[in-house]
Ligand binder design. Structure first.
Ligand code: ATP
Length: 252
């Protein structure tokens, strides 16, 4: 479960995320949408502990990210939009490093690393240095690392960028089966079709405010446009004049 309670982040006088209150229960796949500069990456960086909120509290599985950082992080897996790897480590060495970071005992980590190498089909390049990897290979390795400790909460920033169609299918199938088993997924994306296919609920953020929160059918009920494709609904919501009105769902 993820809880944002009045989470705010400013950069100087700029409000990047404004008073965000949102609960995502276990087993939900949540997609955060919004135009460039809306505040999605800032929200995600606060959620994974890379940025400190200027105000409010964020909890992962009940643990406050600021006061119980280590406990919160043990429940989290994170796939950033620009995968960061150590160029002088092989994929296999990188996974071992991540397993050690999560203090997975050596006898188990062997098994977990093999499981992820199989799952993301890394065999062909797991023993090459990461500096030789293509974008898609890097992304697959980062996914493998994020799943290694079987996190309760998975945070994905633009997860499908760089993945080939076969890898996209592997990731989608895995997200579906993991959420069915109770994993919570928080994903930012610009790909509306992906959100429509995968998300239980979505949020649309504009200039740091959540302008909509709910399902696609709730969005269709709320927005009066002739062609009720998600693209038209999204464009209608994001082109409304900005003010500090909030989304009107009971869930926030
Ligand atoms: P995109 O879809 O383009 O990735 P985003 O929704 O992820 O955008 P953010 O990167 O969270 O948006 O940015 C939100 C706002 O905060 C923008 O106005 C951006 O200019 C500003 N911002 C982000 N990072 C910084 C920073 N380090 N210093 C100052 N302003 C920043």
């Amino acid at each position: 479960m993820i809880q944002f309670e009045h989470a705010t982040r400013t950069y100087g006088s700029k409000i990047a995320v404004s008073d965000l209150s949102l609960t995502i229960p276990s087993g939900e796949l949540f997609a955060l949408l919004g135009p460039n500069g809306a505040g999605k990456t800032t929200t995600i960086k606060m959620l994974v502990g890379l940025l400190r909120p200027s105000g409010g509290v964020i909890r992962v599985c009940g643990h406050d990210l600021i006061t119980e950082t280590r406990s919160a992080h043990l429940h989290l897996g994170y796939v950033p939009d620009e995968p960061y790897l150590y160029d002088k480590l092989t994929g296999h060495e990188f996974l071992r490093f991540i397993a050690d970071m999560y203090r997975i005992p050596r006898d188990l980590s062997q098994e977990y690393i093999k499981r992820e190498i199989d799952r993301f089909e890394l065999h062909e390049f797991a023993n090459e240095l990461a500096e030789n990897y293509s974008l898609g290979m890097r992304q697959r390795l980062v996914f493998a690392a994020a799943f290694l400790h079987d996190p309760d909460v998975l945070v994905l920033d633009e997860p499908m960028v760089g993945l080939d169609p076969r890898s996209v299918r592997i990731v989608k199938d895995l997200l579906k089966s993991k959420t069915a088993d109770g994993m919570t997924v928080f994903m930012s994306t610009h790909t509306l079709a992906m959100a429509e296919e995968m998300a239980d609920r979505m949020g649309i953020m504009v200039q740091g405010d959540l302008k909509f929160l709910g399902t696609v059918s709730e969005l269709q009920e709320q927005v009066d446009v002739e062609t009720r494709s998600l693209e038209n609904l999204y464009l209608e919501i994001t082109s409304r004049p900005t003010g500090r009105q909030k989304a009107s769902s009971n869930d926030i």
